[in-house]
Structures are given as structure tokens and as C-alpha cells.
Design a binder for this molecule. Sequence first.
Ligand SMILES: Cc1cc2nc3c(=O)[nH]c(=O)nc-3n(C[C@H](O)[C@H](O)[C@H](O)COP(=O)(O)O)c2cc1C
Length: 156
Amino acid sequence: MQLKFDWLIVLENLRRGIMVTDAELEPPSGPRIIYVNRAWLKMTGYGREELSGKTPRMLQGRRTDRTVLAGLKQKLLNRQVFHGQTWNYRKNGEPFVMNWYSYAIYGERGKPIYYVAEQEDVTEIEKLRMRQRLLVNPQDEEANTFFMILKERKAG
Ligand SMILES: Cc1cc2nc3c(=O)[nH]c(=O)nc-3n(C[C@H](O)[C@H](O)[C@H](O)COP(=O)(O)O)c2cc1C
């Protein structure tokens, strides 16, 4: 097995968005973004130079589900793997459904040294799912709200 290889090229070319932050969860400075790959930049519309000093909160907005975020924090503090999804926003204000795993990378002393996230835009799959639900019941509240949110834009 070859251990010495160009890991950055591999990370940059993964299909899923990858985000690495420092191990500080508390606002305002933590969790500071250390690295994102190209798929992440494409998904969110941001440029690498816009991320210095930023936290993943930059993706959040009015429709972001705070209970999902509280769950994420709880999982990470309990050394567990988080998997969930909520509304996030691209640089141009467009909402999208972010589905992500997040977990800690531990150092030799067993302390978290990074948090990582594997992230995916699942808006298209959710659209199909919600359309199906509307075919069954045009009054489906969650599905109607979904399409209403899709038309909104984040101010700013
Ligand atoms: C590695 C990592 C990735 C994260 N990615 C996202 C994300 O894609 N979208 C999002 O809304 N929040 C994301 N968060 C969550 C926020 O950074 C923040 O931790 C969350 O809002 C809970 O903390 P708060 O209540 O202090 O904001 C991520 C957190 C970590 C550690």
C-alpha cells in the first residue's frame, strides 16, 4: 500500500463537499473554517478567499432549523457522529437543503483536534419527494411550505 500520496488532490476532487473546522464549538470565533474542498465551494457559491475567520454559521438563515443545530452540538460534545439536514443558503441568497455528517478527528491525547463535515446538497431529491407527497395530498403542509421556502431569498 502506498502511504505517501497527494492527499490534497484527492480531497479537492471528492464529489461530496468537505469542510474542516477547528475544535472550538463556542461562538463567536468557533468553529472556525480551516479547509473546504472544491465541491463545497461549488455547492455554496463562495470563493476560498471569503472564508477566512468564518464559521459554518455563514450558511444559516431564517429557515435553518435550530433544533438540528442543537442536536449537532450535542452529538459532537458527546463524541458521537451527527447526521442531519436543514435549510442553508448559498452566497447568492438561494436556499438549499444541506445534508451532512459531522464528527471529530481526535489527536493522540484523545482530544478533538478538528471537526469535519461531509456535506451534500439534497434539494433535488427533496423536490422529488415533496412533489410525490403533493400528488397524494395537495394540502400537505410540509410539502407546500418546502416549495414556498424554495422561492424565498436570504436578504443581504
Ligand atoms: C464541521 C462543522 C460543519 C458544520 N456545517 C454546518 C452546515 O453545513 N450548515 C449549518 O447550518 N451548520 C453547520 N455547522 C454548525 C454551526 O457551525 C454551529 O456549530 C451550530 O450552529 C451550533 O452552534 P451555535 O448554536 O453556537 O450556532 C457545522 C459545524 C461544524 C463543527
